[in-house]
Design a protein around this ligand. Structure first.
Ligand code: MEV
Length: 332
C-alpha cells in the first residue's frame, strides 16, 4: 500500500519571531506544496528519498587530469530536510503506538529551507501520510500539534504558526496561548500584487531562533519592547487587511521589516531586495519567515513587473506563488 499526503508552504505576512514569544502573527498558505509518499516495506527499515527539493546550487569542478567532476551540493540543507521526515515517522509512530518499516519519497514544488515553511509542511505531510498508512485517523488540531512537536524535536524551539497553516491552510491569525494556539481565519482571499523574492539562505532557522533568544537574554527589556511593537503591528495589519487598506498594509510591512532587522535576522542581500522593491514602486516590503537570507515579500499592486525586475537586479529570484486556502490533504 502507498499513501501520498501533501501540505502547503506559507508566507508570514506579519509577526514572525515575535510569535515564538507569545505574540500573534498573520500567515497564509500558498499554492506551492510538499508531497510525501509513504509505502509499506517488508522489513522494519526506514528509507527516505528526496530527489526533488528545489534546492539550488550545485558546484561541479572538472580537474584537467580527472574524468569525473568533484560535486559539491548544499548537503546540509538536504540533511536538515530529511531530519524532519525521520523525526516525523518516529513521533507519528509514538503517537499511535504502532510501527512499520516504510519507504518515504519527498517532492517539493518550492525551494526547501527558504523561509516558506517547508519544514512545517514536511513534518505535517509525513505524519499525515504515515498515520493514514497505518489506518490511524487524526483530527486536524491533533495533526497540527504533532507537526509542531516534530519541528521542536528538530529545531529545539518553534512557534505553532507554520505547522498550523500547513495543516489548516488559509489566511490565518495565529496566537500562541498556554492552552495551545488560537487560530482565527481572516476573511480575505487574495492580496493584490504580492510578490515573493528568494535568495540563498545563509543561516538555518534553528540558528536564527538561537540568536534572537540570546539577544533577548542580553537585553530583555529592549527585545521585549520590539516583540510588543511587532504584536501591535499584527493587530493594525489585521484591521488594514479587513478593510482592504493596501497603503497602510504596505507601511506596516516596512515597520515590521525594520523591527526584524533590529533583531538581527536580516542580511545585506535581503535588505537590498527589500529596498529595491520599494524604490520600484512597492507600497511596502519585508523579509518573510525566519530570515538569514531566504524570502522577502513586496506589496506591489500594478507594479509587479517592475518590482520583480528590481528584485532580480538586487540579486534575488522572484517566485511565482499566490495565496491558497488548501491545507494538508491525502492525495488520490
Ligand atoms: C519561521 O517561519 C517563523 C519563525 O517565527 C519561527 C516560528 O514561528 O516557528 C521565525
Amino acid at each position: 500500500m502507498k499513501i501520498t499526503a501533501s501540505a502547503p508552504g506559507k508566507i508570514a505576512l506579519f509577526g514572525e519571531h515575535a510569535v515564538v514569544y507569545g505574540k500573534p502573527a498573520i500567515v497564509s498558505s500558498i499554492d506551492k506544496r510538499i508531497y510525501v509518499t509513504i509505502e509499506e516495506r517488508s522489513d522494519d527499515d526506514l528509507k527516505i528519498s528526496a530527489m526533488d527539493l528545489h534546492i539550488p546550487g550545485i558546484i561541479l569542478t572538472y580537474r584537467k587530469d580527472q574524468q569525473l567532476p568533484k560535486v559539491e551540493t548544499n548537503f546540509s540543507r538536504v540533511e536538515e530536510a530529511i531530519s524532519y521526515v525521520q523525526k516525523g515517522v518516529y513521533l507519528a509512530s509514538e503517537y499511535c503506538g504502532k510501527r512499520k518499516g516504510v519507504n518515504v519519497e519527498v517532492r517539493s514544488e518550492m525551494p526547501v529551507g527558504a523561509g516558506l515553511g517547508t519544514s512545517a509542511a514536511l513534518s505535517v505531510a509525513t505524519a499525515y501520510a504515515y498515520l493514514t498508512l497505518l489506518g490511524v485517523e487524526i483530527k486536524r488540531e491533533s495533526l497540527a500539534e504533532l507537526g509542531h512537536k516534530i519541528e521542536v524535536a528538530v529545531q529545539g524551539s518553534a512557534s505553532p504558526m507554520d505547522t498550523a497553516v500547513a495543516c489548516f491552510g488559509g489566511l490565518l491569525q495565529v496566537t500562541p496561548l498556554q492552552t495551545g494556539p488560537s487560530i482565527e481565519r481572516i476573511g480575505v482571499n487574495q492580496i493584490p500584487g504580492l510578490v515573493i523574492g528568494y535568495t540563498a539562505r545563509e543561516t538555518t532557522t534553528a540558528e536564527l531562533l538561537k540568536r534572537v533568544r540570546s539577544l533577548r537574554s542580553s537585553f530583555p527589556e529592549a527585545v521585549e519592547s520590539i516583540m510588543s511593537a511587532i504584536g501591535s503591528i499584527v493587530s493594525a495589519s489585521r484591521r488594514a487587511l479587513e478593510r482592504g487598506d493596501l497603503a497602510s498594509l504596505g507601511e506596516l510591512m516596512n515597520i515590521n521589516h525594520g523591527l526584524l532587522e533590529s533583531l538581527g535576522v536580516s542580511t545585506k542581500r535581503l535588505n537590498d531586495m527589500v529596498y529595491s522593491a520599494r524604490y520600484a514602486g512597492a507600497l511596502g516590503s519585508k523579509l518573510t519567515g525566519a530570515g538569514g537570507g531566504g524570502c522577502m515579500i513586496a506589496l506591489s499592486p500594478s507594479k509587479e513587473s517592475a518590482v520583480k525586475t528590481a528584485i532580480q537586479v538586487a540579486g534575488g529570484m522572484p517566485l511565482a506563488a499566490s495565496l491558497s486556502d488548501i491545507g494538508a490533504k491525502i492525495e488520490d
